[in-house]
Design a protein. Structure first.
Length: 179
């Protein structure tokens, strides 16, 4: 887990244990959960908030699919879109790329986030969409990982997994310290 120094690591580990048990019926030993606490400037972390999905629209035109995503970031609306072939295997990546196009509007100059890999995996009885992103900027390179439970729609879990990864390090993307 990545966290700021606002809460004790022991409390974060206990919260992870509780969440895994309550949501997935998975019981893990607290010694298996590690926490890395980062020095993030408090004013940057507080002002950044989280990116929240407000609208997801999918249009199919002939042999192409276009995905439009709207995100709220505090009072700002960020919009992104992506267009590609009407191929079932590309639907999730198109949604993730549209999300990253919206996220790019919030990133500081010289910072970029790109989709490295998107995959659906089985965890217990549920399927989970996993998004692996690559952050580049200010002499720093980092993989970001997010996840979301899969429902019937192939687009929404991809958007939510992408946002899960981005929101973990949002202060870094919008101007916080690399650390």
């Amino acid at each position: 887990m990545l966290a700021d120094r606002g809460r004790p690591a022991k409390r974060i580990v206990r919260d992870v244990e509780t969440a895994l048990a309550a949501r997935f019926g998975l019981f893990v030993d607290h010694r298996k959960v590690s926490v890395a606490q980062l020095d993030i400037e408090p004013e940057v972390a507080e002002s950044a908030g989280r990116l929240v999905l407000t609208s997801l629209k999918v249009e199919i035109v002939a042999d192409a699919t276009e995905v439009h995503v709207d995100l709220m970031w505090g009072p700002e609306m960020l919009s992104g879109s992506s267009r590609g072939p009407r191929d079932a295997r590309r639907q999730g990546p198109l949604a993730a790329e549209a999300t990253l196009a919206a996220v790019a509007q919030a990133c500081t100059d010289g910072v970029s986030v790109s989709l490295h890999h998107l995959e659906t995996v089985r965890v217990g009885a549920r399927e989970v969409c996993m998004a692996s992103l690559l952050f580049l900027g200010r002499g720093h390179r980092e993989r970001l990982l997010g996840s979301a439970l899969v429902d019937a729609d192939p687009h929404e879990p991809a958007v939510k997994a992408t946002l899960d990864a981005v929101n973990r390090r949002l202060p870094l993307l919008v101007g916080g310290q690399v650390g």
